[in-house]
Design a protein around this ligand. Structure first.
Ligand code: GTP
Ligand code: MG
Length: 147
């Protein structure tokens, strides 16, 4: 079982898309193990996006992600890092295909609604930036054998 850090960004929270975004993740059969609404601090945002430090869009990205509350989450599932990024869709709104979250709901960068970790190492780092180990809840879903 793999885990990832998924975050509904401030635009998704403001637009009332939390429920629909979570539904897509539940529909896929992923398991939610932690969730909370967070006002991201500047330091936390810079840690979250540290691989983009120095890039021309970094400042705007940090401003955006700290501009309102986000829904921080941990989800589990086999191959969830690749599968969840496929559900999320491409970074660029002009390339995100219909059927993906970004393809269906996002129209301008950086308002692309949801973040997903891009590797197991990123997932570990990003989860630790938002959650303590005691905040992740381990439980069985009886339906797991059918997914
Ligand atoms: P995240 O889930 O936010 O990490 O998106 P991603 O993994 O699809 O993209 P990436 O990590 O490469 O970039 C992080 C964020 O920076 C994106 O969501 C965009 O908002 C922004 N971004 C990335 N590349 C560009 C770019 O070339 N121009 C601009 N303006 N923004 C960019
Ligand atoms: Mg990324």
């Amino acid at each position: 079982m793999d885990r990832t850090f998924l975050m509904v960004k401030p635009d998704g929270v403001q637009r009332g898309l939390i429920g629909r975004i979570i539904s897509r993740l539940e529909d896929k059969g992923f398991k939610l193990t932690a969730a909370k609404l967070v006002q991201v601090t500047r330091e936390q945002a810079e840690r979250h996006y540290e691989e983009h430090k120095g890039k021309p869009f970094f400042e705007n990205l940090v401003n955006f992600i700290t501009s309102g509350p986000v829904l921080a989450m941990v989800w589990e599932g086999d191959d969830i890092i690749v599968l969840s990024r496929t559900l999320i869709g491409k970074t660029s709104v002009t390339e995100a295909l219909p059927g993906t979250i970004r393809g269906d709901f996002a129209a301008h960068t950086p308002f692309n609604l949801i973040h997903g970790s891009d590797s197991p190492q990123s997932a570990d780092r990003e989860i630790a930036n938002f959650f303590g180990p005691e905040e992740e809840v381990q439980y069985d879903k009886s339906v797991a054998a059918w997914i």
